[in-house]
Write a protein of this length. Structure first.
Length: 312
């Protein structure tokens, strides 16, 4: 396709087509992952909404996170499932741009939301007497809204910037969705400044919230160490453990994927890493938060009793 026919491009997503013998296994695996992810996060949403005990700032942010994970997974997996089922892996330029936009939108929003959740834990542990006054409904709404707005701006900027470039080489995307780096590799112009802009923007949207999380947890750990009883220290830290686990899983792969030049990009290795943070992490979040959280487990038990033993 020539540069002046960019708008007519139809991309081909390579996905997992190099293993046609595994197509059925991949389809069953991804279908199960998608169903469990959506159901798991929906259950978390329902539990928080139904139990008044969980109507606190921490669970307000968790509710946002669960909704976000459903959206995040829905950007990539349904398309992967259709591709595996039909064998047609083509996607239009507009479709590819839309997929990249929504993936970046939900991913960047999650970065900011995890920072807001760290701030909430900092206030809960370091300012327990004034916690509910500081983290009132208005502040929580503002923090959540800021996360979604920031995610939208980042996604809009990146997507507009990349899809304004000419595509005149190969139309094969060696990935399972329209990820930034594989798409950028199809651009026929010099992409040095584009790469630099992407790395700088990614550094801002990934590292800035991450630094806020580090500062918050530095202050949290300092406060926890001042608690005299071992039981008190354990209880304080246990409220942060789930969030820390999610942060480690999400940021560990996101930093490696985005904050580096194209020259160090490994197609196969990064496909696996992208699979991990875009597919595996969302399915782990409800498990992490439900298994490590006594209040969520209690609310799940109450909901189960209401559903299966309504008269007891």
């Amino acid at each position: 396709t020539t540069g002046n026919k960019t708008s007519a491009i139809v991309f081909v997503i390579l996905g997992f087509s190099h293993r046609p013998d595994m197509k059925v296994i991949f389809f069953i695996l991804f279908l199960c992952i998608y169903i469990v992810t959506v159901l798991g996060n929906l259950i978390i949403l329902l539990v928080i909404n139904m139990d008044p005990v969980l109507h606190t700032p921490m669970y307000f942010f968790l509710r946002n996170l669960s909704f976000l994970e459903i959206c995040y997974t829905s950007v990539t997996l349904p398309r992967v499932l259709v591709n595996l089922l039909s064998g047609d892996t083509s996607i239009s330029l507009a479709g590819c741009a839309a997929q990249m936009y929504f993936f970046l939108f939900f991913g960047a929003t999650e970065c900011c939301l995890l920072a807001a959740m760290a701030y909430d834990r900092y206030r809960a542990i370091c300012n327990p007497l004034h916690y509910m006054g500081i983290m009132n409904k208005k502040v929580c709404m503002q923090l959540a809204a800021s996360s979604w707005i920031c995610g939208n701006l980042v996604a809009l900027g990146h997507t507009t910037f990349i899809f304004s470039l000419p595509f005149c080489g190969s139309n094969v995307i060696n990935h399972f969705f329209c990820e930034i780096q594989p798409v950028l590799m199809l651009v026929c112009a010099d992409t040095y400044w584009n790469e630099l802009q992407i790395i700088l923007a990614a550094a801002f949207v990934i590292l800035m919230p991450f630094l806020l999380i580090l500062v918050s947890y530095g202050l949290i750990i300092s406060s926890i160490l001042k608690i005299r009883s071992v039981k008190g220290r354990y209880k304080a830290f246990s409220t942060c453990f789930s969030h820390l686990t999610v942060v480690t899983l999400f940021y560990g792969t996101a930093v490696f994927i985005y904050i580096r030049p194209k020259s160090s990009y490994s197609l196969d290795a990064d496909k696996v890493l992208s699979l991990f943070y875009s597919v595996v992490t969302p399915i782990l979040n409800p498990v992490i938060y439900s298994l490590r959280n006594r209040e969520v487990k209690g609310a799940l038990f109450k909901m189960r009793m209401k559903l299966f033993h309504p008269n007891s």
